[in-house]
Design a binder for this molecule. Structure first.
Ligand SMILES: C[S@@+](CC[C@H](N)C(=O)[O-])C[C@H]1O[C@@H](n2cnc3c(N)ncnc32)[C@H](O)[C@@H]1O
Length: 196
């Protein structure tokens, strides 16, 4: 289990440490982009598709707001769950190789806990399911549901936007990105001014 960091630790230093201990995931600038949006909004409603070593960071940055994590892999739930982490298991029912067929659909819904449907979300991070190989779920459903759950002025982040599925389905359901930071697509409205 990964414990929460010392809350007095500077967020930037914490992100540098996270990247060093979490190879193959987001870059410093990607994590900082999301962290700055959370800091600019203050306590907000934050929905995160996917657990990882970054989970305590998002939970702590939004500690006076409402944060829910959705995870499809029970092993990651067992690894990351603490009293402070509100995580729900979800099932992704589509596979990566269905991309062409799914492009013809109006929507690609999934079953979500009532706590998630009951509110609109100010910030949504789509970083799951992994979506890296055929036979495994793609991010079709998480991207589609993000588009339905987002508040009118929400900011939606989609990671791995360089991959064809994430790029095509994000554009289809979330529109044109307002910004792309490395492999992080930013959609909707930013409270924090984008970098130039
Ligand atoms: C891209 S990973 C999410 C990584 C997380 N956002 C982070 O930055 O640490 C997507 C899914 O893979 C699993 N996962 C999480 N962290 C992982 C890691 N370091 N390596 C491999 N799989 C991971 C979880 O099931 C998660 O929902």
């Amino acid at each position: 289990m990964y414990s929460s960091y010392d809350p007095r630790m500077d967020t930037r230093q914490r992100i540098v440490d996270l990247v060093a201990s979490n190879p193959g995931q987001m870059t410093c600038l990607e994590y900082i982009t999301i962290a700055e949006e959370l800091e600019a909004r203050g306590p907000c409603s934050l929905l995160v598709f996917g657990l990882g070593k970054d989970t305590p960071l998002w939970s702590d940055l939004n500690q006076n707001g409402k944060t829910i994590f959705l995870e499809g892999d029970a092993r990651w739930i067992a690894k990351m769950r603490t009293a402070a982490i509100d995580v729900h298991w979800v099932e992704y029912t589509t596979k990566l190789e269905q991309a062409e067929e799914l492009k013809k659909r109006e929507g690609i819904p999934m079953l979500l806990p009532s706590q998630v449907r009951q509110r609109v979300w100010d910030v949504i991070l789509v970083d799951a399911p992994p979506g890296e190989a055929p036979g495994r779920p793609g991010r079709f459903q998480s991207i589609y549901e993000a588009s339905r759950l987002a508040a009118p002025d929400a900011c939606v982040f989609v990671h791995d936007i360089d991959r064809p599925v994430e790029k095509w389905f994000s554009t289809r359901f979330l529109g044109k990105p307002i910004e792309t930071v490395h492999r992080l697509g930013v959609f909707g409205t930013r409270a924090k001014q984008p970098r130039r």
